[in-house]
Design a protein around this ligand. Sequence first.
Ligand SMILES: N[C@@H](CCC(=O)N[C@@H](CS)C(=O)NCC(=O)O)C(=O)O
Length: 207
Amino acid sequence: MYTLYCRNTAGSMAPEALLAACGAEYRVIVLERKPDGSFHDFFLKLNPKAEVPTLVLPDDSVMTESAAMMIHIADLHPQAGLAPAIGAPERARFLRWQVYLATTLYMSDLRLFYPQRYTSRPAESEGIKEKAAEMMLSEFGIYAEALGEGPFLLGSRMSAADIYAAMLCTWSPDMKALFAQHPALARMYDAVLENKAVRAVWERNGA
Ligand SMILES: N[C@@H](CCC(=O)N[C@@H](CS)C(=O)NCC(=O)O)C(=O)O
């Protein structure tokens, strides 16, 4: 059984949806902070960065880093067909864009929502936020281009990377405008949300 520490609608939503789509046995623990805002010691021991998602695997080892989780979980459940196998021709494309999403869009989102964490000079926060919003749009544009006709990254076959990209879309400050600008993202998002397991996780998260 997997244990996923999460916060609703945060970076844990994609690994949660992937676990569900794979039919894996898992439980989610929605993380609560202590009244003073700090984290409980047990969680800091699991993840010194105190971030979600944090995943405890069935063998009790701990995993952090959402992109690594998406790849690992999908690999462990080949019957779900949510990652091309090692050596398959589409594997490189899948890895490339899964890692792209985590290292560009996810990071821009964090700067947009928590600009004060990226500077020691509070007066700079607005500038960090503005630049992050600009970068997100350009990074989404590059991804939309990569999707082509899609609807998924790998054409007609959904993969873990699509679930992750759909999560990132929900963090866009204006999803409607984003989809109007990039119909490929809208097509991908709607196609991902057609998956019943994914939709149920979106609903549990209140997304
Ligand atoms: N590189 C990490 C980033 C995880 C991350 O930044 N998570 C955010 C939520 S989306 C978090 O828990 N931040 C700590 C906080 O908000 O206190 C990953 O991909 O898993």
